[in-house]
Structure formats: C-alpha cells, structure tokens
Design a protein around this ligand. Structure first.
Ligand code: NAG
Ligand code: NAG
Length: 394
C-alpha cells in the first residue's frame, strides 16, 4: 500500500513538473488571449500572509489604442480546483472573459492560492505542509482583499464588479461577512453556479459523512497530497477528452460529478480540463464540504476549535454585513447547488442587498462556463445588469 502511494506520488510529481513547464503549450488562458489577438497582462500580488498570486488581465478590447486605465473593471474569480482559465474555454463568442472585453471592460482574472498559477509564497515551499494549511476562509480574508486592492491601486479606480463561479460565490459571502469595509469597493456581485450550502447538495450528502471523515484523518488538515494527486489527471483528461469516442466517456464522468448537461459545447470539453482540476488544499475541500445552512468558519472538531476560536463551534459568517447588490445564478441540474438552500440564504441577506435569484433549469455546474447557451442565458444577463449599473439606472 505505502509503496503504491510512493510510486503514485513520484509519477504525479514528474507529470506535475512536466505539466507546469508546458502550460504555454497546453492552452493556458493567457495563451488563448494572445492567440486571439487580445492584449494580455500578468501581474503578481502578495497577500498579507505571504502567498504570491498571479493575476491575468485583458486591459482593453482588441485593436484598441489609448488609455487603458479608465474602463470599468470586472474581476472574474474561479471556483475550487479551477483557475482563471475557466472563463476562457468556451470559444471567443461564448466565454465570459472574452465577452467582458468585447463589452468594453477592463477584465481581471484571479488565481487563488494553491492553484497552478499561484504556487509561490514569500517564505513557504509547496513541499511544506504549512503552505497547504488554508481553507477558503483564508482565501476570503487574504486573497480576495489583496487582489481587489491591487487592481484598484493599479488602475486608480475606487470600485469594481465581482463575478464568481462555484466556490467563488461562497468565498464572496465569507469575504464580505468578514470584511464589510470592502462593500464600498464593490459595485455589484454575481454568482454563477452558486454552490452556497454544499453539504446539502447531492454531492455534499454523499461526500460529507464518509469522505469528509476520511479526508480529515488522511490529510490531517494541511496536506501536500491534493496537489500532487491532482496534477496528472489534469493533463491526462485534456488528452483523453479531445479524442473522438473517448470524449463521450469524458462527458459521462463530468456529468456524474457536475450534473446532467444537454447543451455542453463539446469543443470546450478538453479545454475545460486545462483549467480544472488544478491543485488546492485538502482543508479547502473539507471546509467546502462542511458548508451547511449554518454558514461558518472551518470546523476542526471541538478540541481544536476551542484552541483556535475559543469556542466549541466555529464562528459563523454574518451575511447581513453584505451591502453590495448581489445576483445569484444557479442551475437545476447542478449537483453542487441546492434549491432548498436558497430561501435560507435569502433570509440571511439584509433587505435590498440580494437583488435577484436567477434559476437556470437545465444547467449543470459547468454549463455556466462551457454551454453553447452560456452567452444567451448567463453572460448577456450578467452584463445587462453591469451596464445598467454603469449607466446609473439601477
Ligand atoms: C517571512 O519571513 C520573514 C523573515 O524571514 C518574516 O519577517 C516574515 O514575517 C515572513 N512572512 C510571512 C508572511 O510569513
Ligand atoms: C450580524 O451583524 C449585524 C450587524 O450588521 C448584527 O446586528 C447581528 O447581531 C449579527 N449577527 C450575529 C449572529 O452576529
């Protein structure tokens, strides 16, 4: 058993290193931007706890020459096991990232700590357990503020629009609950494939009790394991999912995880796997799986909770701190979303902050990124709201 793990790890490390050397070759988002003629910028931002994050940017539309710092900003934030690239996999017409640029915005893409673009730290190596000792709580209180502050400073602007896929919606809730002073730096917030109470979802119910405990014991909160076990799959899936015949098997696997899809863009399928799964910490996954109606910081068990928080229960997030106009999109076929969690979430918002909840009956988790209908049903709708805000008529 232990021999197998050592061998698997070695193979993973080798493929992982190989993969990281070949990001350009295998279709990173920035590569896609430049090959389609978009201007590309890469920025580095260091968080208060030392993580070095890579931001990608399309500063202005194709063929535009002139001032780049005066366009309204949208920040796109990826979900768990994903990266900035997830917003660029659906072709030039239908990808949210390109759509935003065509609409005239200054488009920034976050890469959260631990994903394959953001593996650096001032003092810690990814081989140290301490590096991986984070959940989405740290992402919410360190990565998001650092990213927003960097962008606003760089552009000399005061506010931006936040669009998050999947866990980035949960991260937004935790972020504004803990850092309400950032309400004044956000214009609007949009959740795509909101996965608000994962423990209540189809995936969560299966995973939480048994798998959750397994992870708790096996990975012991801050493990390097997830990174290296994930790395080879990413690369192999990309290969497999673009092969005719095999790609249908690939779609089946995706549907088991993400839910049934009827409108997936099959050309986007292999591209999807260049953006995910990428690495994250075991704790981040665990905290995600712990999400319940009762939305709290990471639960370490009573003893550790007492040590860390001074209470047996982890502190709750206070969603009533959110003042930013917020729009929720969620899918009826999404295994990570749950209808029943929406009324409870609505109740926790202060009056007037939650503007609209939009239900997409036949969308699964990744249809928001990779469906042939993503533009019509999601991208256009999100930018209608943003445009109205910019025109001052909302
Ligand atoms: C990194 O190390 C330096 C000195 O070695 C220390 O001053 C600093 O606080 C550390 N930063 C973080 C984020 O751990
Ligand atoms: C949440 O914050 C509001 C103020 O914004 C406060 O009135 C309320 O008591 C808080 N709720 C909890 C559970 O701390």
């Amino acid at each position: 058993m232990s021999k197998t793990i050592v061998i698997l790890t070695l193979i993973s490390v080798i493929i992982g290193l190989y993969k990281n050397c070949h990001l350009h070759w295998y279709g990173s988002g920035t590569n896609r931007m430049s090959s389609l003629g978009y201007p590309v910028e890469i920025h580095k931002v260091t968080t208060a706890d030392g993580y070095i994050l890579e931001l990608h940017r399309i500063p202005h539309p194709k063929h535009y020459k002139g001032n780049t710092n005066k366009r309204p900003i949208v920040l796109l934030v990826h979900g768990i096991y994903s990266s900035a690239d997830c917003f660029l996999i659906n072709g030039e017409e239908d990808s949210l990232g390109f759509h935003a640029s065509k609409e005239g915005y200054d488009v920034w893409f976050a890469n959260l700590r631990g994903n394959h673009y953001s593996l650096n730290h001032l003092n810690l190596s990814i081989l140290s357990m301490k590096y991986w000792d984070f959940s989405y709580h740290e992402i919410a209180i360190f990565d998001i503020p650092a990213t927003i502050d960097y962008i606003l400073k760089k552009t000399g602007q005061r506010k931006l629009h936040y669009i998050g896929h999947s866990l980035a919606s949960t991260i937004y809730l935790a972020f504004l609950s803990e850092k309400p002073e950032y309400n004044k730096k956000l214009k609007t917030g949009h959740f795509l494939a909101a996965s608000v109470n994962p423990a209540e979802t189809r995936v969560g119910r299966v995973a939480f009790s048994e798998l959750g405990n397994f992870f708790l014991n096996f990975f012991d909160y801050g493990s390097i394991g997830i990174h290296f076990y994930i790395a080879p799959f990413n690369y192999l899936l990309w290969l497999v999912c673009q092969t005719p015949i095999l790609n249908h098997g690939c779609l089946q696997v995706l549907m088991i995880l993400g839910g049934k899809t009827t409108t997936m863009n099959m050309n986007a399928l292999p591209e999807l796997f260049t953006s995910m799964p990428t690495s994250t910490s075991a704790r981040c996954l665990l905290h995600t799986l712990q999400g319940t109606m009762d939305f709290r910081q990471m639960n370490f068990g009573e003893k550790e909770n007492l040590k860390r928080y001074g209470s047996a229960q982890p502190p709750p997030y206070n969603i009533s701190h959110i003042e930013t106009p917020t729009y929720i999109h969620y899918g009826g076929e999404d295994n990570f979303a749950t209808l029943s969690s929406i009324p409870s979430l609505k109740r926790q918002f202060r009056k007037g902050a939650l503007k609209k909840v939009i239900f997409h009956k036949h969308f699964n988790h990744v249809d928001f990124l990779a469906s042939t209908e993503a533009k019509e049903r999601v991208n256009n709708v999100v930018f209608d709201v943003i445009r109205k805000y910019e025109n001052g008529d909302n």
